[in-house]
Design a protein around this ligand. Structure first.
Ligand code: FAD
Length: 501
């Protein structure tokens, strides 16, 4: 499951941290948030170190659809209603500025990353949604933003209406990340790959960042750019954020491609864009990560949708990834917690992290340099505002409650002998819940289906063959390796052979 982006670039490899070091700023996580923050800080002469658990830009940022836009679906009416016009304006301007900032970095650093200017559209094919589109246009106009209502688009889809944001952009995120990394190291910044951070300890006004193999980075400032924060308390992000998975296929349409970037306003979501070499990306099939649903057909359904538009298409790549969504739908950027001074965070980008990671990098850089950033208020990570998204809050608390208590009492009463090849399940064995996966050779991998993050019960993902957490979105391979934050620790695994069972 490699994204088109991953396959299009030969990445530079950075070494593992194998000694204790000191840094002015330690950035944990080498996605676009970590890299962009390191870039701006290194330009200011700050000595930065990035520690990345796998390879830079290999996680969400390397599996995105990489539309660079301030059009975050239908969002601004909601934003005005929940935080008022002033803060909604701040959000919009910050993201518009981010587009310009990204273009400036690309130009100044001469980064070849397939940047293309494109208009962005959010469209509907449903009568009920049309009112939402019209209300959104009104909201955008009240913010002084010049968006346009259109009834025709270039993509080969029949629509009822759409909102057009002019002059947005798209690129190849891994090529961009590679350019950022080169610009950082050129200015003396250090990047370590395959160096998982397992703890951050405060000591005498500094922090000790401890990696899996026991090395320590001492630093005054820490940036948690791990996508989902790896520190649970303080911060309590696990109470205010969840993760959502989406699927992408890159197809050769065997026809001319269109210009523009598109997303519908209804569900299921359908997102479209093209690449410079003539592929069309279809994204969608979103679901809450860890949801107890059958995922087997996720790519097939997406392909069927694509085939209705391009009957002769050829699927070239398919992949999926997840992003964090805060309960009030506004990203968390800035001070991580009032109880951890000099620790900063950027998360909760709700699948619009190309611009938002740039916004985060600017705000965090300003904070570390002791400056005020004009866009910081709306994103404040330590905000204590009532959450108006009651529906999701209820769902989340229910999931946590179910996973921690109720589901431990309800059991499916199944046995290992019934486990088919390439099948995973939660079984009850001697009053204990066990997660079991049998591979094609008959090897059975047993795990305790309890997330190492906060103890929620894991569910089986029958598409990717992973154990996924419905509470906060951590994911583990069938043999227990932690692949998605916020979990840090792997699951313990026991391996059995069918004939011994
Ligand atoms: C399918 C999909 C499509 C999307 N499309 C778009 C789009 O078109 N436009 C848009 O604006 N946004 C889009 N997004 C959202 C965007 O991709 C993300 O918001 C953004 O990439 C997040 O960047 P990040 O740097 O915060 O996280 P990441 O890229 O996930 O980076 C975090 C890094 O931290 C590392 N890490 C984690 N834990 C540790 C640890 N313990 N120690 C060391 N390192 C650690 C990880 O390995 C990772 O490399 C999409 C998201 C999805 C799911």
């Amino acid at each position: 499951m490699n994204s088109y982006w991953t396959n299009s670039v030969e990445k530079h490899k950075y070494g593992k941290l194998e000694e204790d070091i000191k840094a002015q700023v330690c950035i944990i996580g080498g996605g676009l948030t970590g890299l962009t923050t390191a870039y701006y800080l290194s330009k200011e002469g700050v000595e930065v170190t990035i520690v990345e658990k796998s390879e830079i830009c290999s996680h969400t940022s390397g599996n995105t659809t990489a539309k660079i836009t301030s059009q975050h679906g239908i969002f601004y009416k909601y934003l005005i209603d929940s935080v008022g016009e002033e803060q909604a304006k701040q959000y919009l301007k910050a993201n518009e500025k981010a587009i310009k900032n990204i273009e400036k970095i690309i130009e100044e650093e001469n980064i070849e990353c397939d940047l293309e200017h494109q208009d962005a559209y959010v469209y509907t094919q449903s009568n009920q949604e049309l009112k939402k589109i019209q209300d959104e246009i009104k909201a955008l106009h009240s913010l002084g933003f010049n968006s346009e209502y259109v009834e025709k688009i270039e993509a080969p889809i029949q629509i009822l209406g759409a909102i057009k944001f002019k002059n947005q952009a798209q690129f190849n995120p891994i090529k961009y990340a590679k350019g950022l990394a080169e610009a950082i190291t050129k200015r003396g910044g250090k990047i370590y790959e395959n160096s998982k951070v397992i703890d951050v300890k405060s000591q005498d006004g500094r922090y000790k960042i401890i990696t899996e193999n026991g090395n320590v980075i001492q630093s005054k400032y820490v940036v948690l750019a791990t996508h989902y924060p790896i520190i649970n308390m303080p911060g309590f992000y696990f109470m205010k954020m969840y993760q959502s998975t989406s699927y992408v296929i890159a197809v050769d349409p065997k026809e001319d491609i269109f210009s523009g970037m598109y997303i519908n306003s209804e569900t299921p979501t359908l997102s479209l864009r093209t690449t410079k070499n003539g592929l069309v990306l279809f994204g969608g099939m979103d679901h809450k990560t860890g949801a107890k649903i059958d995922l087997q057909d996720s790519y097939i359904n997406l392909e069927q949708t694509a085939r209705r538009i391009y009957p002769n298409l050829e699927v070239k790549y398919r992949w999926n990834t997840e992003d964090c969504i805060s309960l009030d739908k506004i990203p968390y950027i800035g001070e991580f917690s009032n109880l951890m001074p000099n620790v900063y965070v950027g998360t909760g980008y709700k699948k619009w992290g190309m611009t938002t990671s740039n916004v985060a990098a600017n705000i965090i850089t300003s904070k570390i340099l002791g400056k005020k950033n004009r866009y910081e208020d709306v994103f404040r990570a330590t905000r204590l505002k009532p959450i108006k998204n009651y529906e999701e809050l209820g769902n989340m608390l229910k999931e946590v409650g179910n996973s921690l208590i109720l589901n431990k009492l309800k059991n499916p009463h199944e046995y290992l002998k019934d486990l088919g090849e390439d099948e995973g399940k939660i079984l009850e064995i001697e009053n204990e819940k066990i997660g079991a996966y049998k591979d094609k050779t008959g090897k059975i991998y047993l795990i305790k289906p309890v997330c190492t993050h906060l103890g929620c019960e894991l569910s089986w993902n029958n598409l990717d063959k992973t154990w996924d957490c419905p509470c906060h979105g951590s994911r583990f391979t069938y043999d227990g390796i932690s692949i998605y934050d916020p979990s840090i620790k792997d699951l313990e695994v026991e391996i059995l052979y069918t004939k011994e069972v």
